[in-house]
Ligand binder design. Structure first.
Ligand code: SF4
Ligand code: F3S
Length: 104
């Protein structure tokens, strides 16, 4: 499966939602996650994210993110339509360690 990682937080551009053929994104206040059992590994969302916040879970060091995506995909509502990104999304693009300070 693919996973959403740190840089989505407070960027939440949602271009990924637009292209996913199986609607496996779930929406928190500040980020989206992917349901790992629903993702068909098509890979089309990865290049669409302006924040480069989508990675294959086979990449090194993403265990924490794989767990977080699985956990919150069960708790958050599904999102199948792209909404507006936060007005200050571009200011958050690239800010480090957002998980520790801005996750929700
Ligand atoms: Fe959806 Fe494909 Fe991205 Fe998985 S890899 S989340 S199926 S667009
Ligand atoms: Fe997040 Fe990128 Fe989608 S910022 S909402 S993973 S397009």
């Amino acid at each position: 499966a693919y996973v959403v990682v740190d840089n989505c937080i407070k960027c939440k551009y949602q271009d990924c939602v637009e292209v996913c053929p199986v609607d496996c994104f779930y929406e928190g206040e500040n980020m989206l996650v992917i349901h790992p059992d629903e993702c068909i590994d098509c890979g089309v969302c990865e290049p669409e994210c302006p924040a480069e916040a989508i990675k294959p879970d086979s990449d090194d060091g993403l265990e924490q993110w794989a767990e977080l995506n699985r956990k919150y995909a069960e708790l958050w509502p599904n999102i199948s339509r792209k909404g507006d990104a936060p007005a200050d999304a571009d200011e958050w693009n690239g800010v480090p360690d957002k998980l520790a300070n801005h996750f929700s």
